[in-house]
Design a protein around this ligand. Structure first.
Ligand SMILES: [Zn+2]
Length: 786
């Protein structure tokens, strides 16, 4: 789909003018009949590429030439705007297409007619071995003249409930056909192989595979051949620009949703697939979200991990596979080039699905004899990618009172997820969250229940299963996002401020999953509370909340303590004879007759002592400190701090992953393998620094947030965007009035120009990123980001 190969396409320019004109006329006639134009355009301005992409489908660009597709309407618009497209032979007409003769056994080395394809799809159910369900499904029959269907096969062991759903699809661009054959061959293997790896996949997943999601495009030349396949669908619409777009809203391409789009969006909404990959052709590269904006996906590090794994496994078979576009074979969609209305973005933003785009062959319709090679390159990678669907954090959420599974619980990874990356529980309360190895706090929320949190640590390639119980709403605790440690108070009196009623709770735990809460009436006093010397000593309980060894002790919906225990919590006051209870940073303590007895935790149980044991730390709700998550790629990065921070902090965070930091005034800091030195002595929020790294690196800085005022001098200015969120350039600059011709350039070379009183809206400023502003004004001007 996206490709940077032009060599064969510009041959036309080398032949004589009259011959060229003649061939252009012939191609023009052919394309008018087909309804789809394929052409190149010369561009002298990077902004022009974006403008062209807003009119038709840009398939590739190297910055000087654009390869694109258009339907008649889009093509007419280009011509009316004065563009001069140079028509090229469509990819499917350049291919050496061999169709299967239908004789004997199909050997995956020829293309299939539409009827052969349908018949093969219908046959998988019968072909499935004992213990496999291979069920044909159809999303619908297209209303175009040939009435072709969007078919798929659902594969599992007959018992799919509670398992992650996985989706593979291909060929939404009708002339990108390699993936279609890969998908068919994979279905065949999943339905028939007894290899243990396949058995495990079928047992653990609920798999949906749709080999051909644009049949009208692929069989544009009739049901008997894929020769003259086209990119667009039967109504000449690019399906991969036709989806609802999280950033641009409905109908980003200006067209109504095609049937193929409506059905696929509904399937995604209904199934909430855990993972998916969608196969294209025209390049060889793994492409992950977002396509529409430069913002990082919350799971960027996971995407890099699984995409890199895909490429590396494929390269065990063919060492230069997936190297035509990027040497590591992996890219963020927008970093390649921006498109809106893509399926990948839809599935990620609305379908709770982690979907990637696999560009699997440089040639869109390769010679049929090559098909087996592409299977060999991709086969193990396809299995490994599916296996990632079993990893990460999984579990079941149940009602704590009834034990019934709870559907539709929002599962959010705190300090990680964005508005688009959370998931919800499925029909049997099950949830499935692939995630990069690490330690996370996962929050479970649903209306009518108290929110619950669990700490979890998971490694790459492994899975953790959680049993989660949600308590129906009532006296729900207040969950804290951030904690402040309570400082000791000499008399402990501040702690008693928590006693806002006459009931105290203390913990009695038999084991980590069984919590008993009992309570007693006590009399609050200025210094705490008392129970009469003669009265029965209270059996009281603090509730402990948490999991995996970490407990938060709460009282009256306030968190009082956080402690890490091995497993057992026990505390019983029945036999204690003390009259006053305190809690402070030294522990929970009890005083009677002017003697303090401290509660502390030791060897798996709470104990009482007359000496302080400072082993329980108390926390209360606090304000979350501002943080800046910094993610630097290999090579040069344009970066700015959004927090008050020191050069030492930055150098420590970079460790040995960076070798140079430059500022605009030529100040520098250099890392020589042992330490940092140079002329740079401070780091100023709002100034841009260029950091040269030797390895991708990620770290989190915390400190005071700053509102920085930047001065733009005439000419070039390095600056950093310190706003609180990503904004397009016009919004980010707020009241600031640019001068005609002012430009902003980003690290990736994209530039916005202030022309005729406005900016190009698609240029996004991202907090923490650096930019170069060229000011045409005669005087210096200030700007403040908020
Ligand atoms: Zn494509």
């Amino acid at each position: 789909m996206k490709v940077l190969r032009f060599v064969c396409l510009i041959l036309a320019a080398l032949v004589g003018n009259s011959v060229f004109a003649q061939s252009q006329r012939k191609l023009g006639q052919l394309m008018r009949e087909r309804g789809e134009y394929y052409f190149t355009l010369s561009v002298d301005d990077p902004l022009a590429i974006q403008s062209i992409g807003e009119i038709c489908s840009v398939d590739a660009t190297d910055g000087k030439t654009v390869v694109a597709y258009a339907n008649q309407k889009e093509y007419d618009k280009l011509l009316s705007l004065g563009y001069q497209p140079e028509l090229q032979t469509p990819p499917s007409l350049r291919a050496n297409v061999t169709m299967w003769d239908g004789q004997g056994t199909y050997n995956w080395d020829s293309y299939l007619t539409y009827d052969q394809y349908v018949s093969m799809m219908e046959g998988f159910s019968d072909k499935a071995i004992e213990g496999r369900e291979c069920t044909l499904f159809s999303l619908g029959t297209l209303s175009t003249s040939a009435h072709r269907q969007l078919l798929g096969v659902r594969i599992n062991n007959g018992n799919p409930e509670g398992k992650p759903k996985f989706l593979y699809t291909s060929t939404m661009h009708g002339d990108e056909i390699t993936g279609m054959i890969l998908m068919l061959r994979l279905i065949d293997e999943l339905c028939t192989s007894t290899d243990s790896r396949i058995v495990n996949l079928v047992n653990d997943l609920d798999i949906y595979i749709m080999p051909l999601t644009n049949p009208d495009g692929t069989y544009k030349g009739g049901n008997s051949t894929v020769n003259s396949a086209q990119r667009y669908n039967g109504n000449n619409i690019d399906l991969n620009r036709n989806y609802k777009d999280y950033y641009q809203g409905a109908h980003p391409d200006g067209n109504s949703y095609e049937d193929e789009t409506i059905w696929t969006m509904a399937m995604g909404d209904e199934n909430l697939f855990t993972m998916s990959a969608n196969y294209h052709g025209g390049a060889e590269v793994m492409n992950y979200p977002w396509d529409a904006v430069y913002d990082d996906h919350a799971d960027k590090d996971w995407y890099e991990y699984v995409c890199t794994e895909y490429v590396q496994i494929a390269r065990q078979t063919y060492s230069s596979y997936m190297s035509d576009t990027y040497s590591d074979g992996v890219t963020n969609g927008a970093a390649w080039y921006v498109i809106t209305g893509s399926r990948q973005d839809y599935m990620n933003a609305y379908g709770q699905c982690r979907e990637v785009t696999v560009e699997c062959s440089t040639t869109k319709t390769p010679s049929a004899s090559q098909l087996s090679n592409f299977w060999n390159y991709n086969h193990n990678s396809m299995l490994a990618f599916m296996e990632q669907c079993r990893n990460g954090v999984h579990g079941v959420v149940r009602d704590a009172d009834t034990g019934e599974p709870v559907e539709g619980v929002k599962v959010t990874v705190l300090n990680h997820d964005s508005e688009t990356s959370f998931i919800t529980t499925h029909s049997v309360g099950d949830f499935h969250r692939p995630i990069k190895g690490g330690s996370y706090i996962i929050q479970f929320t649903k209306e009518g229940y108290c929110s619950e949190r669990m700490n979890v640590t998971v490694a790459d390639g492994q899975r953790v299963d959680l049993d989660v119980y949600l308590t129906p709403e009532g006296n729900c605790p207040v969950l804290m996002n951030c904690y402040e440690q309570l400082m000791p108070s000499t008399d402990g009196s501040y702690v008693m401020g928590y006693l806002d009623d006459s009931t105290l709770h203390m913990p009695t735990h038999n084991n980590s999953s069984s919590v008993t809460t009992t309570s007693v009436d006590v009399t609050p006093t200025e210094n705490g509370f008392t129970v009469g010397e003669e009265s029965t000593i209270p059996q009281v309980t603090l509730t402990a909340y948490g999991s995996n060894g970490q407990y938060y002790i709460r009282y009256n919906n306030r968190y009082l303590a956080r402690a890490t225990y091995s497993n057992t919590l026990t505390w019983n006051t029945t036999t204690s004879q003390y009259g006053r209870w305190y809690i402070n940073a030294n522990g929970i303590y009890i005083t009677r007759n002017n003697t303090n007895y401290y509660l502390y935790y030791s060897n798996g149980s709470f104990q009482i002592s007359t000496s302080q044991n400072n082993n329980i730390t108390f926390y209360t709700e606090g304000n979350c400190p501002p943080e800046q998550v910094v993610s630097l790629g290999i090579d040069w990065n344009w970066w700015t701090p959004t927090l008050e921070m020191s050069l030492d902090d930055l150098e420590a965070a970079l460790g040995s992953n960076a070798i140079l930091i430059n500022s605009q005034d030529e100040g520098f800091a250099r890392y020589d393998g042992e330490g940092w030195s140079g002329t740079l002595d401070t780091i100023v929020a709002g100034q841009m620094y260029r950091i040269l790294t030797t390895a991708a690196t990620e770290f989190t800085l915390s400190g005071e947030a700053v509102v920085s005022t930047i001065t733009f001098l005439p000419g070039y200015n390095w600056f950093g965007y310190t706003g609180s969120q990503s904004k397009n350039v016009a919004m980010a600059l707020g009241d600031f009035t640019p001068t005609e011709g002012d430009t902003i350039t980003a690290e990736d070379g994209t530039t916005a120009t202030f022309t005729n009183g406005s900016w190009n809206d698609n240029f996004i400023l991202v907090p923490g990123h650096g930019y170069v502003y060229h000011s045409n004004a005669q005087e210096s001007r200030n700007i403040t980001f908020e």
